[in-house]
Design a binder for this molecule. Structure first.
Ligand code: HEM
Length: 333
């Protein structure tokens, strides 16, 4: 297991990456994406002269540099550690690949003058990168005793529902990226109807906005279904991991409701920068929450922490899935 200082550093890296994504939204909202016309320098200088838009873009690059250095250092530590499993090392490498791709995409975003596909790919890679950091962090932090993990036994259905919710959140983020990068935010200035109809068209900019709205409704249904499932399956379970899982599901609902409110405000108030940044940030928060639920149901409940020293097979917890009938009764911890 890694030490507490490493965990703290990784946590800071994750928060800084979230701030970087938010700042990226700020750069777009301020129309500052091309404020530094060259790359990697800005007006041929490492530190450009002060101008609000130039500095927003410059700070985004500087923070990206900080995130890159921290990611390489911390992941390199894990890659070199003999206690870390091969799977986790592969994920560390993957996050480094995403980081490199993200640096190149950031450059292309500027050099190709904010092409919609590039901007959306930049968002997809950025949020994907955040997800890999979170997964690595979940894997190296303490995960409860073997007994706790044995007691927490989500059904196959619940595991699949968590995965569906995660995929739906990510899909919705990508749709949002398309709306933003195609300047489709203002084409339906009302809510819930768009030009007096629920679905005036699925084509062009209006179509993108409508599909993003339909995506939000679908995501809401999926998350509500997940919550009902969690409630029905775990309502009587009071072991620490079931309680934590239930708490994350409640936070997921809260974050979704806030995100819906921010999304609607984005439309009705004509995308003020602060609301746009919040909308992007809460999209990333939703992704993190859904990912935590997937991690808990697929990994925590199944086996030892990936980074932990491997345990001999005889000491490994029995997989709940292999013995679906044998879940402990209420209050067994
Ligand atoms: C509920 C889940 C939702 C998620 C996860 C989500 C996510 C996102 C993301 C990630 C973006 C891109 C932001 C950027 O690149 O700066 C976006 C853009 C946008 N979303 Fe959503 N969204 C959701 C719901 C909604 C709803 C309900 C509405 C309103 C009807 C809405 C309206 C918009 C608009 C107008 C934009 C474009 C903003 C701009 O151009 O700056 N979203 N969304």
């Amino acid at each position: 297991m890694v030490d507490a200082r490493f965990l703290k550093a990784y946590k800071y890296l994750i928060w800084t990456t979230l701030a970087l994504i938010a700042l990226g939204g700020g750069v777009r909202a301020m129309d500052a994406g091309l404020a530094c016309p060259d790359w990697p320098l800005c007006f041929g200088a490492i530190i450009p002269d002060y101008h609000p838009q130039v500095y927003a873009e410059f700070l985004h690059r500087a923070l990206a540099g900080l995130v890159a250095i921290a990611t390489v250092s911390l992941n390199w530590f894990l890659i070199r550690s003999p206690k870390v499993s091969k799977g986790l090392k592969a994920l560390c490498w993957f996050s480094l690949v995403l980081l490199m791709a993200q640096v190149v995409m950031g450059g292309l975003t500027v050099l190709l003058q904010l092409q919609a596909k590039i901007v959306t790919t930049h968002l997809a890679l950025g949020t994907g990168f955040l997800a890999t950091l979170l997964w690595i962090y979940f894997s190296v932090r303490p995960q409860g005793s073997t007994q706790e993990r044995q007691t927490f036994a989500p059904s196959q259905g619940l595991k699949i529902m968590s995965l569906v919710a995660l995929a739906a959140v990510y899909g919705q983020i990508l749709l949002g990226g398309l709306v933003a990068s195609n300047y489709a935010a203002h084409v339906c200035p009302s809510f819930p109807l768009c030009h007096g109809q629920w679905v005036p068209t699925l084509q062009g900019a209006i179509g993108l906005q409508v599909i993003h709205r339909l995506g939000a409704y679908t995501l809401t249904l999926i998350i509500l279904a997940l919550l009902v499932w969690v409630w029905r399956e775990l309502r009587d379970k009071e072991d620490p991991l079931s309680r934590e899982f239930k708490a994350w599901s409640r936070w997921l609902l809260v974050a979704l409701l806030v995100q819906m409110g921010i999304g609607i405000a984005n439309v009705l108030l004509f995308t003020p920068p602060l609301i746009t940044v919040l909308h992007l940030t809460f999209g990333a928060v939703l992704l993190g929450l859904a990912l935590r639920m997937v991690y808990m149901s697929w990994v925590t409940a199944q086996r030892e922490c990936l980074a932990a020293v491997r345990v001999p097979p005889s000491e490994k917890p029995q997989f709940a899935d292999s013995f679906p009938q044998s879940s402990p009764a209420k209050g067994s911890l």
